[in-house]
Design a protein around this ligand. Structure first.
Ligand code: AKG
Ligand code: FE2
Length: 827
């Protein structure tokens, strides 16, 4: 979502003082599209106090907006008249209004307030050209009518059609084996006109545009920053705008400000201080050409705005914009002649590449000669992998030379690494170059550079395909602040902050290709998976990990986590057959283990008499079809009489809880419980019994700790509860916090779910063909002193890293990690 252009005033904002008006912009809470009030309706109400330049979302909530007036006096009158009282013209809602401030340029996020150019040449991006009125209004109508007779494919927010070749959003590539046919006749006039495009320094005949993507954007919908996949498409990309205008923004990284890599994946929110941003107004019927530097080195995107500001004029997006993007799919040709590559030859190539980089337009065609092979994975996210490749580049081209090139590092890598499109912004060379950075990250055991050792095309393909097929490229998302967290932490600077992550890492004992037939076989192998899990854990940088389905605790995880600075406690599932269990890893530097207790749900058997079935009493048979993947995991399912509670409740599930003393900046005890409840949806009563047992144990443990240490400990409960929001287990766990439904007994300790009370529960934390939904949670016992300040982001269903289900090369488990950072303030 778009970042607000203005910020909510904080206690420290210079403009927050009451009294004299000091801003033309108002932050208005309790109205917005999420409560059925359009920005237009809000603008109409506020415009009775003066000229309104625009109404913008203040954040992603949909219930807070920024109303921007032309002058501060109008803003002041509106604030005085409307704040704190019901507004009849806005459904009687009571508006809460404060002054807002414009973000300073240094705080400005990508997409903010970039001055919008009206002509392509004003942007001064080599290779970018915009031709207005490329088609007539009549042709525009014909083209729209033509696509409207064809079926649309619905994406999350927009609709698309593909012609020529299908573009797969999962791989960001075209499916070249599956040609859809010739481009449709209705684009022929456009193709003809493109061949007359004035700035084309290609032979039009060689363009051979053969792929068309039609995008339909509803009002306010944009497009995420991207560079069209290098290896999927050739140089020239044409985009025709129809039906409505939009602002297209462009950003690239400035070589002079490249920074040291961070260990977390920076892909989604790049360090904006290193970015150059430009914006261009694309009127309807205009044709945009992106080629050369504009195509390879600049990300393009359409901010999600309903209203755009162009040269002080507010322009509303029309209800619909349709674009025709025409491209030529890349034919995978092996042209890099390294059949008998020697060091000398490589040197020659290197100097040639330098000259190509300096002068891309002269060499645009020859760039292709460096295309060795197209890798399957277009957006590797594994830092280690990338560092190795960067290390390799550093071997042959030092930074000083790179920084003089007109391309950002990804393109340099593209050329060297043969279309491994390393869209990597977190790994930029520091002042000492890549090599130093690489050594700082102790990646000194680099494989030898691969190009000099290639002896033939076949060998090259073999080496690369081997590397690619075994390469896990874990995707780790970032922690995102929770609304209001920063505000209150300003007032409580002495709070304890720690990060807790819960992750069902998928025990290797359950990994079989028959259970996960959709997973690339290489990523199911223990070695690849275990290292990918460690890499994910390392990148998450949690203070406390609650892991479920941990097998190989003693011989792998404990040792390896120790070397990452963690101590661990562990409980293995009861029974003979199960070898996995729950582990809590914690940083002794942050938290000192005080005491711990095991939770064995088989203990429930002691509390049940054979004749009093606490369970439903119905005749119960478990179906073999239920939730296939989990089912297949649990080979221990028995065929004995499930009406016998002794059988029914004996599921060998476990949990572990521990009290940790945090000593800095003040003394506080945190209780952390980690569990994995039984999986079978048909044994919902068993899961509920386990949840009740869990909370009763947790309540007792809390009392014990409070009495013994004369304190009020904070309570955190994490794990895989094998229950979706709304299931009995979930409702029970939060029943002490929310008003329990009549059928739900109230929990002995109030608990609320971190995601549930902040962003809402994730769409899914488990993602397999048989079942995709939310099963993992972090609960905390709400009090005045503890609050979540940030939560780990989770993917959308269409996010490329989860398309095709888990585990995959980006996620080593069938679950996703969830996490939260908490702040505890002094009592
Ligand atoms: O809608 C547009 O104009 C741009 C579409 C685009 O960038 C793409 O499909 O890659
Ligand atoms: Fe694009």
């Amino acid at each position: 979502m778009v970042q607000p252009r203005f910020v909510r005033p904080t206690a420290l904002s210079p403009s927050s003082g009451a009294g004299e008006p000091n801003s033309s912009n108002l932050y208005v809470a309790n109205c917005g599209p999420a409560v059925g009030l359009s920005h237009d309706a809000i603008a109409a109400v506020f415009s009775s106090f003066g000229e309104v330049n625009g109404v913008y979302p203040a954040d992603e909530s949909g219930v807070r907006v920024i109303v921007s007036f032309a002058d501060p006096f109008s803003a002041k009158s509106a604030k005085e008249a409307l704040s704190g009282r019901p507004c009849p013209d806005l459904d009687g809602r009571t508006l809460h209004i404060r002054y807002s401030v414009l973000q300073s340029p240094s705080q400005t996020q990508v997409g903010d307030c970039v001055p919008v150019s009206l002509s392509g040449s004003d942007l001064n991006i080599p290779g970018l050209f915009l031709l207005p009125d490329f088609v007539t209004a009549e042709e525009e109508q014909q083209l729209l009518a033509a696509v409207d007779t064809q079926p649309w494919i619905g994406l999350a927010k927009r609709r698309v059609q593909h012609y020529g070749y299908e573009f797969c959003y999962g791989t960001r590539n075209v499916d070249t084996k599956n040609r859809l046919g010739e481009l449709p006749p209705f684009v022929s006039p456009i193709l003809q006109r493109i061949s007359l495009f004035p700035n084309l320094d290609y032979d039009p005949a060689s363009l051979n545009l053969d792929q068309l993507t039609v995008n339909e954007y509803p009002s306010g919908v944009g497009l995420a920053p991207h560079i069209d996949t290098h290896s999927a498409f050739e140089d020239c990309i044409f985009s025709l705008s129809l039906a409505g205008p939009c602002i297209m923004e462009f950003r690239r990284y400035s070589a002079s400000t490249w920074k040291v890599a961070s260990t977390t994946d920076d892909e989604e929110k790049p360090d904006t201080s290193t970015c150059i941003k430009k914006a261009l107004y694309l009127p309807p019927r205009s044709m945009l050409l992106l080629s050369g530097e504009a195509r390879y080195a600049w990300n393009h995107y359409i901010p999600h705005h309903k209203i755009d500001k162009v040269k002080d004029k507010v322009i509303r997006r029309s209800p619909r914009r349709v674009s025709f993007t025409l491209r030529k799919h890349q034919t995978m040709t092996f042209k890099f002649n390294c059949a008998d590559a020697t060091k000398d030859r490589i040197k020659i190539k290197t100097s040639h590449i330098e000259s190509v980089l300096r002068n891309p337009t002269d060499h645009r065609k020859s760039m292709k000669t460096y295309t060795i092979i197209t890798a399957q994975h277009e957006t590797p996210t594994n830092c280690d992998l990338r560092k190795k490749k960067i290390g390799f580049i550093a071997e042959i081209l030092p930074l000083e030379k790179l920084s003089n090139t007109p391309f950002a590092p990804p393109v340099v890598m593209l050329l060297f690494m043969n279309n491994l499109t390393l869209m990597n912004r977190s790994l930029r060379p520091n002042k000492r170059g890549f090599r130093q950075q690489m050594f700082n990250n102790t990646l000194i055991h680099l494989p030898r550079p691969i190009i000099p050792t290639f002896t033939s095309y076949r060998a090259c393909r073999k080496i690369l395909s081997k590397r690619m097929s075994t390469a896990m490229e874990p995707k780790v998302r970032k922690f995102e602040s929770v609304e209001g967290a920063d505000l209150s932490s300003i007032s409580k600077p002495d709070g304890i902050r720690f990060r807790l992550v819960s992750y069902n890492i998928l025990a290797q004992v359950y990994v079989k290709s028959s259970v996960f037939p959709h997973s690339p076989p290489a990523c199911l192998k223990w070695k690849a998976r275990s290292h990918a899990i460690l890499s994910v854990l390392k990148k998450l940088q949690a203070d406390i990990f609650c892991l479920q389905e941990v097998d190989e605790y003693d011989c792998f995880y404990r040792k390896n986590m120790e070397s990452l600075g963690y101590s661990g406690i562990y409980i293995q599932r009861t029974g003979q057959r199960k070898r996995d269990g729950c582990a809590i890893f914690y940083k002794p530097s942050c938290a000192e283990l005080v005491t711990k207790e095991r939770i064995e749900y088989n203990d429930l058997l002691n509390s049940v008499k054979a004749d009093s079935v606490s369970c439903s009493g119905q005749k119960i048979e478990t179906s073999n079809e239920a939730k296939g993947d989990e089912k297949a995991k649990d080979s221990g399912k028995d065929s004995r009489d499930l009406n016998d509670p002794q059988v029914r409740l004996k599921r060998d599930c476990v949990g572990i809880m521990a009290a940790f003393r945090i000593n800095k900046p003040f003394h506080h005890i945190v209780i952390v419980a980690n569990t994995h409840l039984y999986w079978d949806p048909e044994l919902a009563d068993v899961k509920l019994a386990q949840a009740k047992y869990l909370l009763s144990r947790l309540a007792q443990f809390k009392t014990l700790i409070s009495d013994e240490f004369e304190c009020t400990p904070s309570l955190l409960l994490a794990g895989d509860f094998n229950s979706i929001p709304g299931d009995m287990v979930y409702s029970y766990l939060v029943s002490g916090y929310t008003k329990p439904a009549e059928t739900i007994e109230e929990a002995p300790v109030p608990m609320c779910s971190v995601y549930g009370v902040t962003r809402g529960e994730p769409k899914f934390t488990n993602c397999t063909p048989g079942f995709t939904n939310t099963l993992d949670y972090i609960f905390f016992s709400p009090s005045d002193s503890i609050k979540p300040v940030s939560i780990l982001q989770l993917p959308e269903p269409e996010s490329p890293d989860v398309v095709g289900f888990l585990p995959n090369n980006h996620h080593p488990s069938d679950h996703l990690p969830i996490g939260a950072e908490f702040e505890i303030s002094p009592e």
